[in-house]
Design a protein around this ligand. Structure first.
Ligand code: SF4
Length: 197
């Protein structure tokens, strides 16, 4: 009998709960696999769970999460219409930048999630998530400041996928200029989603 996307994700959740492939398992509260609908057309990928995400076991619940919610509201996109995850599933102490070893240890879970969800659009938030996906799909990463808001297309095992790198909402926590940049990019995103419907 064919396993459903929900069952497949559940199975992976169990694996991640017991994962010790990098040192982050020692300091995490609980790993955060992801949030939202496994049937979503849009997959959002951030960097790693922050302090509050680790505590509440929910994606984007801190200050950056409030900004992400405002941006989603702006284009009338609900959290249950998307799936949100990170390249690392465990909170790095003091929010340190993901190391190459941590990304290499954890990224297999992310690529399995992509194959389970089979999104039409992948939104990468920030430098680390964008760089990882660009390397994976041979898209030639330069700088997030040059790439944000642009659409890149790649071929996957389940068809063509659009990858859209954006700034991480955390950049807007103390910088109103970046709020406007993110808003502009989300408007562009809305038009791309409309074309994909
Ligand atoms: S960050 Fe990823 S690889 Fe490291 S322990 Fe957590 S689930 Fe495993």
């Amino acid at each position: 009998m064919k396993i459903t996307a929900k069952e497949d994700m559940k199975k992976m959740e169990e694996e991640i709960k017991n994962c010790k492939k990098c040192e982050l398992w020692k300091t995490r509260n609980k790993p955060l696999v992801g949030d939202g609908s496994v049937d979503a057309d849009i997959l959002v990928i951030g960097e790693s769970p922050g302090y509050y995400e680790d505590l509440k076991n929910k994606a984007f619940v801190g200050e950056a999460g409030k900004i992400l919610d405002q941006l989603l509201n702006l284009i009338n996109l609900k959290r249950d219409e998307i799936y949100i995850t990170n390249i690392l599933k465990c909170h790095p102490p003091r929010n340190h930048n993901p190391s190459r070893h941590e990304i290499d240890s954890c990224s297999n879970y992310l690529y399995r999630q992509i194959n389970i969800i089979k999104p039409k659009i992948i939104i990468t938030l920030g430098k680390y998530a964008s760089k990882e996906l660009f390397i994976r799909f041979n898209l030639g990463f330069s700088k997030i400041s040059e790439l944000h808001g642009k659409v890149f297309e790649t071929e996957t095992d389940f068809g063509k996928v659009k990858i859209i790198p954006l700034y991480h909402p955390a950049v807007a926590c103390y910088n109103n200029v970046m709020v406007d940049v993110l808003k502009d990019d989300f408007w562009k995103l809305r038009n791309i989603i409309k074309k994909c419907d």
